[in-house]
Design a protein around this ligand. Structure first.
Ligand code: HEM
Length: 161
């Protein structure tokens, strides 16, 4: 195997590892948030553990994104003339931007908002109403994120041109 082919395939393997971390974390974030929503008002201790875990997951999505970007750019150094001109790749870069905005900025903002809702007032009724609205926003962001991932998978594998 030629040296630069080895580098290219290595970058592709790393690409898949990054995708596993980022997309996997998105899914677990979704599942964890649902458990949190079910328990935080009835079991404070359990709620706190899950809340803490949710903030931690946020970081792993960022780490996964960095790995995906670094390996993607490495592959492009070798084949940018081939992929750069193709339609699937251009659409992919657009969807990538949406993934970054949705999954990193919006998700981070939701993280701070959750902290605010939970610390601001812990009196029963108002927190339930606020949390319901928040729950809808959080679920929307994560469902969109998972759909965006699927769109990128389809583009990257079918490579429509
Ligand atoms: C959320 C972001 C991304 C996801 C989910 C993603 C996903 C994928 C997937 C599923 C493949 C197919 C692997 C295979 O061949 O089986 C792939 C290939 C590829 N990705 Fe990405 N990717 C992302 C970001 C990027 C970025 C930012 C770049 C470049 C700057 C990039 C460059 C490439 C290239 C060049 C290939 C083609 C490898 C080949 O088939 O030879 N990707 N990506």
């Amino acid at each position: 195997m030629e040296m630069s082919t080895t580098l290219y395939f290595t970058a592709l393997v790393v690409h898949i590892v990054g995708i596993t971390i980022m997309a996997g974390t998105t899914f677990i974030d979704f599942v964890t948030f649902r458990s949190f929503g079910n328990v935080f008002q009835v079991d404070k201790a359990k709620g706190l553990v899950l809340e803490d875990y949710l903030y931690k997951l946020q970081r792993f999505m960022g780490v996964g994104m960095l790995i995906i970007l670094a390996s993607g750019v490495t592959m492009m150094i070798k084949l940018h003339e081939v992929w750069g001109a193709q339609i699937w790749f251009r659409i992919k870069m657009g969807v990538l931007l949406l993934i970054i905005i949705n999954g990193l900025s919006l998700r981070r903002r939701l993280g701070s908002k959750l902290k605010k809702i939970l610390t601001e007032d812990s009196s029963g009724d108002s927190i339930a109403g606020k949390f319901n609205r928040f729950k809808r926003d959080f679920t929307t962001v994560q469902v969109i994120q998972m759909l965006l991932f699927v769109i990128i998978y389809v583009l990257s594998i079918f490579k429509f041109n």
